[in-house]
Write a protein that binds this ligand. Structure first.
Ligand code: ZN
Ligand code: MN
Ligand code: MN
Length: 291
């Protein structure tokens, strides 16, 4: 498995590669624009060239993946917010594509007060349009629905909802899933023991299909199984525990998949510790050497 983390792009998108190497990553997850703002200046030719150059000179960091802004809600029942979200997501997908990035994940969205089926219909409508409108501009970029914790009215916490969305988009080959370990655990899918893990992955395979699973977010959970709370914890220090991650990193089906930490950058007890490096070391320690 290729292990990495969510890496800062402060100082320019291309600077993330050196930061990822320094942290000990084999792969990285980035924002290509502020995750708390709707607007972004278009990428300049210089920024794009610098990014391509950095990717070529740091071949160890591959694949790169993008996380779209948290503001996007294509499940929204409000026409104006839906359109704004749709256009923001389309721009995110096209930015990833022009940077040569093969994977982007986004949160499917919250139905607010409109109900599960209405929310799924809104997401489905956006996906159909997005896949069509980016067919030329982002042909090499796979758009991934992230598995969610089921907090509030957010959708995507049940494998059946993801399968329904993929079916609505007619099983489009550019549609995938990013599995977040904290989120699925909070949603009620147990992964702590080899047996529970095997059952959860088998369920995902039968409902969605393992070929749709493109990459992972590796986060432990501050809350218990089925809590529906989306609170990330350092690897091995939450309710999932080390064995849960050992199940993933030793699964030969995922030997070539990427997994990114989205865990806190700091440790309350050790304010100076570089926690991405600590969490990566924990994950690597779990990889059985008898391969
Ligand atoms: Zn996410
Ligand atoms: Mn995530
Ligand atoms: Mn989360």
């Amino acid at each position: 498995m290729k292990l990495g983390a969510h890496i800062s792009t402060a100082g320019g998108l291309h600077t993330a590669f050196d930061r990822a190497i320094a942290t000990g990553c084999d792969t990285m997850l980035i924002f290509t624009k502020s995750n708390r703002q709707w607007a972004a200046k278009p990428l300049t030719t210089a920024e794009i060239d610098q990014f391509h150059h950095a990717a070529e000179t740091h071949p160890r960091i591959a694949p790169v993946a993008v996380h779209a802004t948290y503001l996007i809600n294509i499940a929204s029942p409000k026409a104006d917010l839906w359109e704004k979200s749709y256009l923001a997501l389309k721009i995110e997908v096209e930015r990833a594509a022009v940077l040569g990035i093969p994977l982007i994940t986004f949160h499917p969205g919250s139905h607010v007060d409109s109900g599960e089926e209405a929310g799924l219909a809104q997401i489905g409508r956006a996906l159909v349009r997005l896949l069509a409108e980016t067919e030329q501009t982002a042909a090499q970029t796979t758009i991934c629905l992230e598995t969610m914790a089921g907090q509030g009215t957010n959708l995507g916490s049940k494998f059946e909802q993801l399968a329904q969305l993929i079916a609505t988009a007619e099983n489009h080959p550019r549609l995938g899933v990013c599995m977040d370990t904290c989120h699925i655990f909070a949603a009620g899918y147990d992964i702590r023991t080899p047996e529970a893990y095997a059952a959860t992955i088998a369920e995902f395979d039968s409902v969605v299909g393992l070929d749709r699973l493109k990459f992972f977010h590796f986060n432990d959970s501050q809350h218990a199984l089925g809590s529906n709370k989306d609170r990330h914890e350092h690897i091995g220090r939450g309710f999932i525990g080390e064995q849960g991650f050992a199940n993933f990193v030793n699964d030969p089906r995922f030997a070539h998949h990427a997994a990114h930490l989205e865990t806190p950058k700091e440790d309350d007890d050790q304010p100076t510790a570089e926690m991405d490096a600590v969490n990566l070391a924990t994950l690597r320690k779990l990889v059985l050497s008898a391969e």
